[in-house]
Design a protein around this ligand. Structure first.
Ligand SMILES: Cc1cc2nc3c(=O)[nH]c(=O)nc-3n(C[C@H](O)[C@H](O)[C@H](O)COP(=O)(O)O)c2cc1C
Length: 188
């Protein structure tokens, strides 16, 4: 059975390359991964004033992440870091008395128009996720930095760069192995 993966889309753009990347992965890896994109656009700004009384959008988001076997982060780079909307969503996950990420298998992909393919954003994301209230079981290595993404995804939203596709194939295979190993340990 395919692993139920909630893919947190770090972009708020309706034409997001990272969303296109996740859509490509959803189709290509459907046998192994049952990927559903989860959006961060409509989440109000986190405040301690409302952390115990979140809106329906926030509750839906939190429940969506909770209701998964695994999480995929799809990360654009804004000014050498992750977009504010993604940080806000992660802040929501870190508060409110119920923590859904700790120990959950997760992996990261990211793309940007710049040459370095969101590497700085992903480094920040890994640091953020190391907070104990978040702390998913992150696949190490297998770092997916897709630079100049606008030249690698066509009009139809398909990834066309064969080297990138080959690398993604390997990363997904590694993630599935990691997931199965993690699950075997958890249930031992
Ligand atoms: C506010 C802002 C800051 C950006 N900063 C970076 C950056 O630091 N590095 C980079 O490679 N691209 C940067 N970009 C370009 C993004 O890589 C590009 O907009 C990309 O398409 C974002 O991903 P998305 O299409 O999934 O939203 C920036 C774009 C915006 C709007």
């Amino acid at each position: 059975m395919a692993i139920k993966v909630k893919a947190i889309i770090g972009s708020t753009s309706s034409t997001s390359f990272n969303l296109k990347l996740v859509t490509f992965m959803k189709n290509r890896y459907a046998e192994q991964l049952d990927i559903t994109p989860v959006f961060v656009n409509d989440l109000e700004m986190f405040s301690i004033d409302i952390e115990n009384n979140p809106s329906e959008n926030v509750m839906d988001f939190k429940n969506n992440v909770k209701d998964s076997d695994a999480v995929l982060f799809a990360v654009p780079e804004y000014n050498f870091s992750i977009p504010g909307a993604l940080k806000n969503a992660i802040d929501w996950l870190s508060r409110g008395g119920e923590f859904t990420l700790p120990g959950k298998p997760a992996f990261i992909v990211g793309s940007s128009m710049g040459a370095f393919g969101s590497i700085r954003a992903q480094l920040h994301l890994r640091e953020i996720l190391s907070n104990p209230t978040l702390a998913p079981a992150l696949l190490q290595g297998n770092e997916v930095y897709i630079g100049s993404v606008h030249e690698k995804i066509n009009e139809a939203g398909e990834l066309t760069d064969q080297a990138t596709i080959d690398f993604l194939d390997a990363v997904v295979k590694n993630f599935v192995e990691f997931y199965n190993k993690n699950n075997a340990t958890v249930h031992a």
